[in-house]
Design a protein around this ligand. Structure first.
Ligand code: HEC
Ligand code: HEC
Length: 538
């Protein structure tokens, strides 16, 4: 087409890495992109691994409230509720950290009172309850703070965290927003009815972790100092003897631990990444930006058995896992962690209620543990059933132009139709990030790829964790292109602010995801198309 030739966007699939591409058998896929043939998606959609489904209704409770005993970690080891009480956290401060609140769980009187206060200027004079740390306790006890789950641990039939009851966390903490019906402020938390599966992009997970009175127990996911060297966003790493204040300073600095991200890899690397959407998981596999899990319930089990209770890492199964993943460095991590647990008086771990005796290092049971399988399958059913939000439409003709640009320039990797599963292919690091210059740090037993690092943050999640354990290449899995109108930052390392900037060639030829549109009008059309995407067939 004449016009598309004249306005040809800069698509940077240069010859220099075609070799890598051919080696990885991606030639037919990428050839389509460089020759600008219009298509609706890649020719090769990869192997989609299905998952079993239990009961979605039961899965909703698992998603919102199941902790499998992780309150042992969050209350006894991390001492999060104690820390919140000590620093007298008010409901407004929680909302400032991006926390979401379930209006339906707030006791009626309190709800009526705070609803009135939300309509004021929120000053202590006009909104006394919202500025009162006692109200925070009431909200937590009522299970109104989404994802922070209060349990009747002492069995007296009431929940009172000042009186022996504990709090744990559930999936909802990072994967739910509300309908804003009572309160919302852009970039902050909100109060309303739950909308499960949507990412709270304003959630400051690092700051929340820092409220714990014993943040040193987050050691495995912190950015470590390794003999003066460190990998992550902070210029200096933390040491096993770093103080509570030093750890808190790291966690609560959004330059190191960006808002809307969480560090989900226990690798001593500071690689906090964007929280992905958790609706329509039937469309989303492989799971995680490195595609580390082929099967949904394996990802969930990893969250429960490692992230919700990292003390499992010092158990024999945890040590085996760390050794498989990182050799002697993995064992060093377990040793230093055990020391920190001892120094900070943490006992009686691991806390998570899970079946042991499985083989460590497998996707089904990385640390040899598996929580109740039926509940994982119920959760699968719920996560599949959660709807994606409708696309946001501002200009349908711009969207139509954007769609055609997308069909000619983006469909070697992405599907146009988001009602279809995302292509289950892995994009080699070198293709998605031409500036990738990895230096091998440690060899591992094949098929695991070597541990390797390149400058910049884009590959940091994949330094230790990737899909090579099941014979896939080290690369980037494809994301759902859904709910993009709400998304402030793009790419899994949160490195790009706004869609225009994602598509703008000024980011440079070596930058991650260098698939650009040279003209402003094309970028506007593409952004309109992307924001309009939902799971209606197109
Ligand atoms: C503290 C924050 C946090 C909590 C709590 C959390 N997640 Fe996530 N979740 C993340 C982050 C960050 C990612 C992005 C991981 C990536 O891209 O590699 C993610 C991604 C996922 C994905 C991958 C989605 C995809 O499209 O590939 C799944 C599945 C998932 N989470 C399930 C769960 C489940 C199930 C729970 C509860 C057991 C849970 N998460 C709890 C932060 C969290
Ligand atoms: C070579 C494969 C490839 C091509 C070509 C490609 N993408 Fe992507 N895209 C990816 C991968 C892989 C990711 C995930 C990156 C990550 O996890 O950081 C991604 C991420 C995105 C995201 C960010 C999603 C998010 O939630 O942060 C958007 C938007 C996007 N692509 C749009 C486009 C557009 C528009 C084009 C064409 C101009 C395009 N892509 C071309 C592979 C590709």
């Amino acid at each position: 087409m004449q016009s598309s030739k004249r306005n040809r966007p800069v698509i940077l699939l240069g010859a220099s890495f075609i070799g890598v591409v051919i080696a990885a058998c991606y030639a037919p896929v990428l050839f389509a992109a460089s020759s600008n043939i219009k298509a609706d998606g890649p020719r090769n959609s990869g192997t989609i691994h299905s998952h079993k489904r239990g009961d979605a209704k039961a899965g909703r409770d698992v998603f919102r409230f199941e902790t499998f005993g992780d309150e042992g970690f969050w209350t006894d080891a991390a001492r999060m509720p104690q820390g919140m009480m000590q620093s007298k956290i008010t409901p407004l401060q929680l909302l400032d950290s991006g926390v979401q609140m379930d209006s339906e769980a707030i006791p009626a009187d309190l709800k009526a009172d705070i609803s009135k206060e939300f309509k004021t200027d929120l000053s202590p004079a006009n909104a006394p309850l919202l500025n009162d740390p006692q109200t925070t306790l009431k909200l937590v006890n009522a299970n109104a703070v989404i994802g922070i789950v209060a349990k009747d641990s002492n069995g007296d039939s009431t929940i009172d965290i000042e009186n022996g009851d504990k709090v744990g966390i559930s999936c909802a903490l990072c994967h739910t927003i509300t309908d804003n019906s009572i309160f919302s402020k852009p970039g902050n938390g909100s109060v309303g009815r739950r909308r499960d599966g949507l990412t709270p992009y304003g959630l400051n997970v690092g700051k929340l972790l820092a409220t714990a009175a014993n943040s040193r127990v987050f050691w495995p996911i912190l950015q470590h100092d390794n003999g003066g060297k460190t990998i992550g966003r902070a210029p200096k790493g933390l040491k096993p003897n770093s103080s509570e204040e030093e750890v808190d300073a790291y966690l609560s600095n959004p330059k190191y631990f960006p808002v809307g991200t969480f560090d989900d890899t226990p690798d001593g690397i500071g690689n906090s990444i964007i929280i992905q959407p958790l609706f329509r998981q039937d469309l989303a596999g492989p799971y995680g930006s490195s595609g580390q899990n082929a099967v949904l319930d394996d990802f969930s089990n990893t969250a429960y058995t490692i992230l919700f209770d990292p003390t499992t890492l010092v158990s024999p199964g945890g040590r085996k896992f760390l050794q498989i993943m990182a050799g002697s460095d993995g064992i060093k991590l377990a040793d230093s962690y055990e020391k920190i647990l001892k120094e900070t008086g943490v006992t009686g771990y691991p806390y998570i209620h899970a079946r042991s005796g499985r083989k460590p290092g497998e996707e089904k049971s990385p640390v040899g543990l598996r929580v109740d399988n039926q509940k994982l399958l119920d959760l699968n059913a719920y996560l599949d059933s959660l709807p994606a939000p409708p696309g946001v439409h501002t200009d349908r003709t711009a969207e139509a132009r954007g769609r055609e640009l997308f069909r000619s320039h983006c469909t070697s990797c992405h599907n146009v139709d988001q009602s279809k599963p995302v292509p289950a292919i892995f994009i080699p690091m070198k293709t998605i990030y031409p500036g990738y210059r990895p230096v091998v740090m440690a060899k591992r037993k094949p098929p695991l790829s070597p541990v390797q690092n390149s400058p910049g943050t884009f590959d940091d999640k994949m330094i230790v964790v990737d899909a090579s354990g099941r014979g896939e290449i080290r690369g980037n899995a494809l994301p759902l292109l859904l709910d993009l109108a709400r998304k402030p930052r793009f790419l899994h390392d949160a490195s790009v602010i706004g869609l225009d900037s994602l598509l703008n060639p000024s980011r440079g030829l070596k930058a991650p995801h260098p698939f650009y549109l040279s003209q402003k009008s094309q970028r506007t059309d593409m952004a309109a198309f992307l924001k309009g995407l939902d799971t209606r067939q197109r």
